[in-house]
Write a protein that binds this ligand. Structure first.
Ligand SMILES: Nc1nc2c(ncn2[C@@H]2O[C@H](COP(=O)(O)OP(=O)(O)O)[C@@H](O)[C@H]2O)c(=O)[nH]1
Ligand SMILES: [Mg+2]
Length: 189
């Protein structure tokens, strides 16, 4: 789980694991580890979640790279009431992309309950997705629980999906004009 400090990463993880919103919360110093067991599609899954503190200092120390290494998937989260947190997310994405398949990176908007303070528009989000080739976006609120279970369920299902085998036979090449633009973005408001 990556994203700037104060956007609600720790609150979101707490909401998913404990089903409640915790206030007040201390800022996460460095990195926190959470383990949660769930049953998805009849399969028992243990998810190990690294909650990466957002302090620049830690990022500059290159500490996060070691935690992202070996991760199978990730959430890139920004605060819907603070546009800079989406802008700065591209730096997190660069870091995550080095270690994690792009298709296993989900974009999360947080604090969706603060409708009157909303600064990030749907167009901003769609532009970000297009620029960075991210195909899934979910709007969440740790305060009222909106889409929290959904976000984790989608991520876990992606992680459980078997890897595509590399074909050992020759695939006939497709003429360029027959290739359709992939348009299967999943957006959850
Ligand atoms: N209204 C609202 N506030 C939130 C939500 N999630 C977190 N916050 C508040 O945002 C602040 C930062 O949250 P925190 O989880 O510590 O962010 P982190 O630094 O990204 O881990 C705290 O004051 C939280 O109470 C939310 O969904 N809605
Ligand atoms: Mg935190």
């Amino acid at each position: 789980m990556g994203g700037e400090e104060g956007i609600g990463k720790t609150s979101l993880i707490h909401r998913w694991i404990n089903g409640v919103f915790l206030e007040p919360l201390k800022a996460t110093i460095g990195v926190a580890l959470h383990i949660h067991r769930v049953k998805i599609d009849g399969k028992k899954v243990s998810l190990i979640i690294w909650d990466l503190g957002g302090q620049q200092r830690f990022q500059q120390m290159g500490v996060f790279r070691n935690y992202i290494k070996g991760a199978k998937g990730g959430f890139l989260a920004f605060d819907l009431t603070n546009s800079i947190t989406l802008e700065n997310l591209s730096r997190w994405l660069e870091l995550f992309k080095k270690e994690i398949d792009l298709e296993n990176l989900l974009l999360l908007g947080t604090k969706a309950d603060l409708v009157n303070d909303r600064k990030v528009t749907k167009e901003h989000v769609e532009k970000f997705m297009e620029t960075h080739k991210i195909d899934t976006y979910i709007e969440t609120s740790a305060l009222n629980g909106k889409n929290i279970d959904l976000a984790f369920e989608i991520l876990i299902k992606k992680l459980l999906k078997p890897k595509k085998e590399t074909a050992h036979y020759n695939i006939p090449s497709i003429p360029y004009n027959q290739i359709k633009k992939r348009k299967n973005n999943k957006i959850f408001f």
